[in-house]
Each structure stands twice: as structure tokens, then as C-alpha cells.
Design a protein around this ligand. Structure first.
Ligand code: MF3
Ligand code: CO
Ligand code: CO
Length: 296
């Protein structure tokens, strides 16, 4: 999900972060300087939302939804190849999700027009399936989120099309390692900053950059819950992990600069320098002694 705006980084003449269309100075500026934002007609800002600790029954529901997500990603392993159009991937995911009694969370979410995100090469995330036919050498992230019995399961993988350059293959591998290192850091009393730190160290150690404009997120009862899971950070900072927190880890790693740019379709996020980008995502649960990867 897109990271929350930081009011301190806005200047007075920028449009307000709340989406009112007013200038920041005419809207939330004075409030942000004096008090924590209070609920307004724009709704409670995401950063003030409470973290939902899941009950055992909720965990079981989310586990089932995540297992369906995994099954759909497995199905795609055998199908995604050169010549396949991303719109066909959307049709498969849509049909298979419904066939399992679930619905695709992306469809209609904040106006997203399709059932899955397909992000090819320099697309960081939120690529919209269209008529593009996959070519030899492409790398593509496919991000599936199911809603089963009201519970959300969110995961994504990279798929390599035909013969991929060593450069692209390495980026995909290191990004997977970033996810795995993040997962290994999940246990009670470790922090979100600990997790971000190991991911950032690994990516930057290979000369890559961590995307900062998008983050992992609490998930399960809603698509995007608190807390944000940044994929960079400092050890011993940020939210402490507690048993039965459920969230995604979904590092987006660029071969070049970290900055993103959103296309005119209002969704597709691309690297500003045209460099390749990779992403892997799992939904995880904090257990009393460590982690359970719900979408594995
Ligand atoms: N599945 C994405 C995530 O990992 C969110 C996609 S939002 C959509 O958070 F609207 F683009 F589908
Ligand atoms: Co996610
Ligand atoms: Co996702």
C-alpha cells in the first residue's frame, strides 16, 4: 500500500494530505502543528488506526484465505509464459477465485479496475492487467489478494519469462532473500524497524535501493490495516511485534534509484529512472515464539 503522507514534509502551499483539495495551510496545517489529527469528515487517518490482534478463529479464517492465494499463485507458475497477455492472467485469477467461493480484493478497491496486479520489469507495483503480451526476458510480479469468508489473504511472487538476463535474475533472487530475512526477524518484542533494517541492509549491500513510497501492512479483517511495515529502518525502532499480529511483508527493490512515479492511470507505479524492480510478498502471523507464514 502507499505509505502515509507525513504532514511535516508538506509545505504550506501543497494540497492537503487529507485529500480535500484545499491548500495545506487552509486545511490541516494548524491542527497538525498543535495536536494529533482528530477524526474529521475525511475519516481517521490510517496512521491512527488501531492494530487488530487476531483471535484464533480470525487467524484460522485468514489462514484459509492465504492458502487459496497461495494456490492461485501456484496455478500461475504453470501458465505464465511468453505470449501470455496480462489481461489473461486477470481472467484466470478472477475465474479461479470465484470458483473457490472467494472474491478478488483488488477489483473495485479504491477504483482499481481489475482482479490482480501485474507489474512488469520497471513497474514497481499496482500494474493494471491489459493487452501487453509477455516477452522473452521479462520479469513480472503477480499480486493476488483473496477475500474468503470475509478474510483477506495477500501474497505475490515474481515470474521469469523465458531466458532472463543475469542482472534481472539477481535482482529477483536478492529481493526474495530480503523477504525471507524479514520473515526470519518476526518474533514477539522485535520491532518493525528491526525488520526494515535487515531488508534494507541486504538490498543496499547488493547495490540496490528499497522503495519507500509503498509499504507492507496489517491485513486480514480489512485489506490494509495498521501498522505500516516499512522495508527500511533502524533497529529497535517502531512498533513492537506481538502474538497474533497479522501483516504482510512485501519489499519492493529497485536496481537503480528508489523513487517512484505514478502513471496517468493513477495506479501503475514505475521507477523514475526506468530501472528494473522486483517484489515478493507473504502474509505472516506473529506466534508466541516466532512466525507463521500464512501464505506459504
Ligand atoms: N495487493 C496489494 C498489496 O500488497 C494491494 C493492491 S491494491 C489494488 O498491498 F487496488 F491495486 F489492488
Ligand atoms: Co499487501
Ligand atoms: Co499484495
Amino acid at each position: 500500500m502507499r505509505t502515509d503522507p507525513d504532514p511535516k514534509s508538506l509545505s504550506r502551499n501543497d494540497p492537503c494530505w487529507c485529500g480535500s483539495g484545499k491548500k495545506y495551510k487552509k486545511c490541516h496545517w494548524s491542527q497538525d502543528r498543535t495536536a494529533p489529527p482528530s477524526p474529521s469528515k475525511w475519516g481517521t487517518p490510517r496512521k491512527n488506526r488501531k492494530i487488530i490482534l487476531k483471535t484464533e478463529a480470525q487467524v484460522e479464517g485468514i489462514r484459509c484465505s492465504c492458502q487459496l492465494t497461495k494456490k492461485l499463485l501456484d496455478m500461475l507458475e504453470g501458465r505464465v509464459c511468453e505470449g501470455v497477455r496480462t489481461i489473461e492472467i486477470d481472467e484466470w485469477v478472477h475465474a479461479e477465485t470465484l470458483a473457490h467461493g472467494a472474491t478478488p480484493a483488488p477489483l473495485g478497491y479504491r477504483g482499481f479496475p481489475k482482479s490482480v496486479c501485474t507489474s512488469v520489469n520497471h513497474v514497481i507495483c499496482h500494474g493494471i492487467p491489459d493487452n501487453y503480451a509477455l516477452r522473452n526476458g521479462d520479469i513480472i510480479n503477480i499480486d493476488v489478494t483473496c477475500v474468503l469468508d470475509g478474510y483477506y489473504g495477500d501474497a505475490s511472487r515474481m515470474y521469469l519469462i523465458g531466458e532472463v538476463s543475469d542482472e534481472a535474475r539477481k535482482l529477483v533472487e536478492v529481493t526474495k532473500e530480503c523477504l525471507d530475512l524479514g520473515i526470519q526477524t518476526v518474533k514477539p518484542f522485535n520491532t518493525v524497524g528491526d525488520l526494515g533494517h535487515v531488508i534494507q541492509q541486504h538490498a543496499e549491500g547488493h547495490g540496490y535501493s528499497v522503495v519507500r513510497d509503498f509499504a507492507g501492512h496489517g491485513v486480514g479483517i480489512e485489506f490494509h490495516e495498521a501498522p505500516q511495515i516499512l522495508h527500511y529502518g533502524e533497529p529497535r525502532t517502531g512498533t513492537s511485534l506481538q502474538p497474533n499480529m497479522v501483516f504482510t511483508i512485501e519489499p519492493m527493490i529497485n536496481a537503480g534509484r528508489a523513487e517512484s512515479h505514478i502513471l496517468a492511470d493513477k495506479w501503475t507505479a514505475v521507477t523514475v529512472d526506468g530501472s528494473l524492480s522486483a517484489q515478493w510478498e507473504h502474509t505472516v502471523r506473529v506466534t508466541p515464539s516466532g512466525v507463521e507464514v500464512l501464505s506459504a
